[in-house]
Design a protein. Structure first.
Length: 222
């Protein structure tokens, strides 16, 4: 049974999430502040953490840093903050995904399923990934139908395909593909993503798999 730690300072939300998750056969523990969350995570070792950013004692980003000091447990952020900068900070700190408040339970459940699927994918890495009608072989660096990619396009695509459903921030992509000196060159990403969509998407103007999260980053949707 998947163990989920829910961290939020709203008692009604904690109660609602506990009931909804338990009804779907998740094992649930809750914490109302960052200190309790860190202690609970260390004692209970959850499989997934759902974390509010606006906590009364420790900022949610600092909680992520605290967790990432010793565990790679997946973290889904709950954010009531309107600006994207807070969410980007959380993702750069090590969060795996975000859900903006107010949110629907169905959306949160879908994000939980996506994250738990990725946990299995990393355990048994599949070298071949389906992208629409195309088949991408990550080990041989080939795409079906004779599609050819440049080395930079491959690097960018591989990061996205190895993290299905996960939002990858602009900062992470720029650092991994071009290096830390290129953090302000977001136009590189726009250019290369446009090229990838022209080569891989059935309708590049309305992509179904290589998605943009405005102001934040990109996501591969299987």
């Amino acid at each position: 049974m998947t163990r989920i730690l829910v961290v939020d300072d709203e008692p009604q939300l904690l109660r609602a999430l506990r009931i909804n998750l338990a009804a779907r056969h998740y094992e649930v523990e809750v914490a109302a502040d960052g200190g309790a969350a860190l202690r609970q995570a260390a004692d209970w070792h959850p499989d997934l953490v759902i974390l509010d950013l606006g906590l009364p004692d420790i900022d949610g980003v600092d909680v992520i840093h605290g967790l990432r000091g010793w565990t790679s447990v997946p973290i889904i952020v709950l954010s009531g903050r309107a600006g994207s900068a807070d969410k980007v900070d959380a993702l750069d700190a090590g969060a795996d995904d975000y859900v903006t408040k107010p949110f629907g339970v169905d959306e949160l459940l879908a994000r939980i399923r996506a994250v738990t699927r990725r946990m299995g994918v990393h355990e048994a890495e599949e070298p071949t990934v389906r992208l629409g009608d195309l088949e991408v072989d990550l080990s041989r660096k080939t795409v079906s139908s004779g599609v050819r990619l440049t080395p930079t396009e491959w690097h960018l695509l591989e990061i996205l395909l190895r993290n299905p459903g996960k939002l990858i921030t602009q900062r992470q992509l720029l650092t991994e593909v071009w290096g830390p000196a290129y953090l302000k060159e977001s136009h590189y990403l726009r250019q290369y993503m446009a090229q990838l969509r022209r080569k891989l998407e059935a309708d590049p103007g309305h992509p179904a798999h290589l998605l943009t999260e405005p102001g934040m980053g990109y996501r591969f949707q299987p």
